[in-house]
Design a protein around this ligand. Structure first.
Ligand code: ADP
Ligand code: MG
Length: 730
């Protein structure tokens, strides 16, 4: 880009596009889920017996027979065509980021030379996309490329534009999961089963436990014109260079500030479209960094919540373009200011209430609360390394451990009241406590927890896994990740912990111990066991790192090494025992994650090399020539001694430019060499490690010299939009 073009682009961005405020007369209650085939619409479009069968399928997971599927498809088609749909697609979540779709028209020959609109049960239930190009981690070699997508009736179909979208799982010919949804559903089943069993100790009437997810999505908006003038944003989603602007987030004036007009109209448009698709958007606000924002819906059953998060991410990209913005979901688009995460608020609830809520009406209810609380901590403790592996990526690695919430060590924050309570439980003598005949209350002041907890505003922002009243908040998840990756691990680990818990309690009961006494005894054991995961202090401090290591927590900082947790014996054992993922599936997932890591750094290295050699160094050299020219001219008109004095500053700049430019050129060469060496490593894991150890650090050091040049070179010549423009034009 020529220098004049940069000014042109910035100027245009600054003038801003006209703000188009979406205007609606009707209220959210009227247009909510307008484009979703909800139960209400099923009732309207399906025969009564078909509707009843569908409810059984959705609620109890009974098998769908072809006759019912055909009848459902017929009703769906009628509804979708009234909304203008002409196509349908199976919509799935392959092991890339994002979703996949392949559209088929509702058309079929009518046998008389014409066409009819057709959509059959078979098309609804199962399809076979030729999906040989999706990552499968070696599960499916290309000559056997068949992958099947199968309808997930638990997540309702919806219409976008002219297409009926059908949420599906994606599996290989041999039955292995090739996506996030299939194992997510299995993990939900596992945690539901285990939690229901444990729940029956306390409430024999509970039918079912479900896991909920309330995600909070952070993102940046950047003017579309400026974005287009940054090859790094375009290719990698983040800025690979760019000096801090004089002002960034130090004034804390963006956080919760009033929302700029063009952004507000984007948000409104996004919310309306999301609500129409049944996503219960609730909260919006400015985030900490300039041009950073957050959106959060009301929490939902997890399978649906994950689908909704995938949907909102693609919606955000689409709506942003309409408003002259580009939406950045990258975890760290800009150095030196906050990155973006996706807090995953996780909880369990029954058909009668939330399980992690402390009610305090009776000792039994309090014991139920403590049981689920402690077993969740057990799960996080046992699999803290795996949880970290589930959220690490080349992009999220910029956030974790980079002195920004959260650190690269998983620990859990509980707040003072809960900490005191657990300590009391642990320390009090068993016989003292267990005067548990019938409904008599515990000799613990457990009934007094709730009042205390409700006021518990003591929030520790440095904790990656914090208890926040009636849920745990997993804050380390990356902003562009599929929430399912982390939730699969958490659900399965909790399922395992609850299963183990029940086995131990049952064994004590079988030996003649009273039930509540047995529960309390096992809980007390577990409080002791999982103690190392509990940390109330400052997660950013250096002392914590040493302390965590002493406690045996995973303190690994290198992303490719963190990923090893996917195939540790205890991981494989847990996933196989809970029937969520097999060893082969875990190995495949690991390989995909390693390959993705390598490819991301590889692309960044190529883009940085191009930017340096074709944009930055030539411009710096041009500016340097101007300075040299000036030095010569000064010499022509002034006596030598005066000329030397007058040119001292320029001479120093000429030298600095030379130094930075040659550093850059030389290190870009090293970068290419490091890549060559790494690319020749056949082992996927070792290749990722080489990229981490030898390629990634060069990106940082080259960048620092390019950023220095940005400060030296004439602003008029600088080819890339600067941070101040990317972050403050809105
Ligand atoms: P904060 O930023 O203070 O953490 P937000 O209001 O932005 O809070 O987001 C909280 C999220 O947690 C919302 O999505 C909300 O629906 C969700 N949430 C609230 N209660 C629960 C619960 N019991 N289980 C799961 N998610 C919950
Ligand atoms: Mg939160």
């Amino acid at each position: 880009m020529s220098s004049t073009l940069r000014f042109h682009v910035v100027g245009e961005a600054f003038e801003k596009r006209p703000v188009e405020v979406p205007n609606r007369e009707d209220r959210p209650s009227e247009f909510f889920a307008k484009y979703v085939f909800t139960r209400q619409k099923m009732l309207q479009y399906l025969p009564a017996d078909v509707y009843a069968k569908m409810c059984d399928v959705m609620d109890n997971g009974t098998k769908l027979d072809m006759a019912t599927a055909n009848a459902v498809a017929e009703g769906m088609k009628k509804w979708a065509m009234q909304l203008g749909a002409t196509h349908c697609t199976h919509w799935f979540q392959p092991l890339t980021e994002g979703t996949a779709e392949k559209h088929d028209g509702f058309v079929e020959h009518d046998g008389k030379g014409g066409m009819v609109e057709e959509f059959t049960g078979k098309e609804l239930v199962q399809q076979e996309p030729d999906a040989s190009s999706f990552p499968s981690g070696g599960i499916r070699s290309t000559f056997e490329a068949r992958g099947y997508s199968a309808w997930d009736p638990a997540s309702p179909v919806f219409v976008i534009g002219d297409t009926l979208m059908i949420p599906t799982v994606f599996i290989s010919y041999t039955g292995e999961a090739l996506d996030y949804k299939a194992p997510l559903k299995k993990s939900l089943h596992a945690v539901s089963r285990a939690a229901t069993d444990v729940c029956h100790y306390f409430y024999p009437d509970v039918k079912k436990v479900v896991a909920n997810l309330g995600w909070e999505q952070e993102y940046f908006l950047v003017d579309a014109g400026l974005y287009a003038a940054r090859p790094d944003l375009l290719m990698t989603g983040r800025t690979l260079m760019g000096h801090d602007s004089a002002k960034n987030q130090q004034m804390d004036d963006h956080y919760f500030g009033s929302i700029p007009e063009r952004v507000a109209s984007f948000m409104k448009d996004l919310e309306i479209q999301a609500l129409e698709l049944g996503i219960p958007c609730k909260t919006r606000h400015n985030e900490v960094a300039p041009n950073q924002f957050e959106l959060a819906p009301i929490f939902e059953e997890m399978n649906l919540a994950v689908d909704h998060n995938m949907l909102i991410m693609s919606l955000m990209h689409r709506v942003a373009r309409k408003h002259g913005f580009r939406c950045l979901l990258h975890e760290k688009p800009f150095a030196g200011i906050n990155g973006s995460g996706k807090h995953n608020n996780w909880s369990l609830s029954t058909d009668t209430g939330v399980l992690l809520h402390a009610p305090g009406k009776s000792s039994m209810e309090n014991l139920r609360f403590i049981t689920f609380m402690v077993e969740t901590l057990m799960a996080v403790y046992r699999h803290n390394g795996l949880l970290k592996a589930s959220i690490i990526s080349a992009t999220n690695a910029h956030r974790l451990g980079a002195n920004e919430a959260p650190p690269a060590i998983i620990s859990s924050f509980l707040g003072k009241q809960l900490t005191d309570l657990l300590q009391k439980l642990e320390e009090t003598d068993a016989d003292d406590l267990l005067n548990l005949a019938g409904k008599k209350s515990l000799h613990l002041d457990i009934p007094q927890i709730p009042e205390l907890l409700l006021d518990n505003t003591d929030r520790n922002r440095t904790s990656p896994f914090a208890f926040t009243g009636n849920r745990f908040e997993f804050r380390a998840v990356g902003s562009q990740a599929n929430c399912a990756a982390a939730m699969i691990v958490l659900n399965t680990a909790v399922a395992e912990a609850l299963t183990d818990f029940k086995e131990r309690v049952d064994a004590l009961v079988a030996g003649g111990m009273e039930k509540f006494k047995a529960i309390l005894q096992v809980v007390r054991q577990d409080i002791k066991t999982c103690k190392p995961i509990h940390f109330e202090g400052n997660g950013y401090s250096d002392e914590w790192r040493c302390e965590a290591e002493r406690r045996g927590l995973d303190v690994e900082n290198s992303a490719p090494l963190m990923l090893d947790n996917y195939v540790r014996p205890q991981t494989i054992e847990m996933f196989e025992r809970m029937h969520v993922l097999s060893k082969a599936e875990l190995e495949a997932r690991l390989e995909i994650k390693q390959e993705t890591y390598t490819k991301k750094i590889q692309i960044e290295a190529r883009v940085l090399g191009d930017l340096c050699l074709n944009h930055i160094v030539p411009v710096a050299t041009r500016y340097q020539s101007q300075l040299i020219d000036n030095v010569h001219k000064v010499k022509e008109i002034f006596p030598a001694e005066t000329a030397d004095k007058l040119s001292a500053n320029n001479l120093s700049l000429i030298q600095q430019i030379s130094e930075h430019s040659s550093y850059i050129t030389e290190h870009v060469e090293r970068l290419v060499d490091a890549r060559k060496v790494a690319n020749n490593i056949p082992d996927v894991r070792l290749k990722a490690i080489a990229y981490h150890d030898t390629v990634a650090p060069l990106l940082e050091s080259i960048r620092s010299h390019a950023d220095k040049l940005e400060l030296i070179v004439d602003d008029e010549l600088w080819p890339l939009p600067k941070y101040r423009e990317l972050l403050f034009i809105r």
